[in-house]
Design a protein around this ligand. Sequence first.
Ligand code: OFO
Length: 163
Amino acid sequence: MITKTMQEAINNQINKEMSSSYLYLSMAAYFEEKHLSGFAHWMRLQTNEENQHAMKFYDFLVERGGRVSLGAIAAPKGDWTNSLEAFHQVLEHEEMISASINELYELAQKEKDYPTQILLQWFISEQVEEEKNAADIIQQLKMIDAHDTAVLLLDKQLGKRGG
Ligand code: OFO
């Protein structure tokens, strides 16, 4: 059985994952309006992924005999100056989520809650990927700004190498 302290902390994390999902859905809508369907597609997938993150915590709480309780989700920002600004917010947001996951891990260690520590190890690795994805896109957008598009195209080509 999970402790009340850990249960409350996981419920807070469910709320943060759902807020992430809502933020990325808002970004998807922003990109749809700009007719950037590739960016919107990326954001829609990200929204689904955040939902799955929330559900991972949800299912874990149920399995451990805990009680899921859902809090309010604030309205996300809906407009950005350009795609670079939006992706800067993605990176900032993911860094905040990483810090939150790390704090949860510290709490699980303090509570000697080993199952939660194992679950959180997955999230710790996932956050490395989340931050890298956002940082990569920011760098690529900066290259476009610097008119280095030929290098970007070559990079896409090199990325297709099979063996
Ligand atoms: Fe759930 O990883 Fe992003 O927020």
